[in-house]
Design a protein around this ligand. Structure first.
Ligand code: NAD
Length: 270
């Protein structure tokens, strides 16, 4: 067996929600690893173009593609445009997500549906479209041992219940079993599906949790490793899961959380 490498040259990646935060860092990291990258965005064209320019400045190739991942036709078009531009698709990072927080007793059905629609149904639609392409094309051993790699952006809240965020926690819990089911269903056709579960990462989605010294101090009590995560911490894990270095890994949830899920309140004996 040839020695597996982190190099993604010749492969094409699609990252959803890539105009900011974790998605932007992931698109750049995949570009640096040699993949050509479709940078999906919704609304923030400037943000997406900045990511494209950063990838190009580092010697890579990228294009910005607008699509709402909760819209079935838009997702079909997003994948089709990626394949049209670069001839193929090998890596999907289903990253787009949002929060609409409220106490459960006053949460509107619209806010429930929006979060489930983007975070869970949106990931399913992207996975389904990518898997259709991976199955049709089959493996290309000169590029990768797998026919396709999917990385679902989940959260520590796929296992930590989160009061005041029932729609978000339900969407992430759903991603866990969606990811495992897809991994089980398609392993024999050489499609790998994994999830990354970030803890607290400094991005626009959770600025109120780290934006002031008081909030930061409170947050750090939950993170034994002693720092808030950076988008690059997650992006580096994505590159590994997209490469053949992780070829025997499928159906896994990789926690990138500075030990947040290790019951920090028990550090002193509980
Ligand atoms: P972010 O707000 O910077 O990124 C989310 C991106 O998704 C944005 O670019 C947004 O425009 C995009 N998006 C929202 N709705 C969309 C839609 N319908 N179609 C296409 N794109 C859409 O925040 P982030 O922290 O980078 O979040 C990225 C992912 O990481 C999310 O799935 C989030 O749940 C997950 N996550 C983040 C943290 C954290 O601490 N930041 C922790 C755990 C999980």
């Amino acid at each position: 067996m040839p020695k597996p490498v982190l190099d993604l040259s010749g492969q094409v990646a699609l990252v959803t929600g890539a105009s900011s935060g974790i998605g932007a860092a992931t698109a750049k990291a995949l570009g640096e690893a040699g993949a050509r990258v479709a940078v999906n965005y919704r609304g923030d064209r400037d943000g997406a173009e900045r990511v494209v320019r950063a990838i190009e400045a580092a010697g890579g190739e990228a294009l910005a593609v607008e699509a709402d991942v909760s819209d079935e036709n838009a997702v079909a078009e997003l994948v089709a445009r990626t394949i049209q531009a670069y001839g193929d698709l090998h890596i999907l990072v289903a990253n787009a997500g949002l929060q609409k927080d409220a106490p459960a007793e006053s949460m509107t059905l619209a806010d429930w549906n929006t979060v489930i629609g983007v975070n869970l149904t949106g990931q399913f639609l992207c996975c389904r479209e990518a898997i259709r392409h991976f199955l049709e094309r089959g493996p290309q051993p000169s590029l990768s041992r797998a026919a396709g790699k999917i990385i679902c952006m989940s959260s520590v809240h796929q296992v930590i219940p989160w009061a005041g965020h029932v729609n978000y926690a339900a969407s992430k819990g759903g991603i866990m079993l969606m990811m495992q089911t897809l991994a089980q269903e398609f392993a024999n056709r050489k499609v790998r599906v994994n999830a990354i579960c970030p803890g607290a990462i400094k991005t626009p989605i959770n600025k109120e949790a780290w934006g002031t010294p008081e909030a930061l101090e409170k947050l750090l009590r939950l993170i034994p490793y002693g720092r808030v995560g950076e988008p690059e911490d997650v992006a580096n894990a994505v590159v590994w899961l997209a490469s053949d270095l992780s070829d025997y890994v499928t159906g896994a949830s990789l926690f990138v959380d500075g030990a947040m899920t290790l019951y920090p309140e028990f550090r002193d004996g509980g």
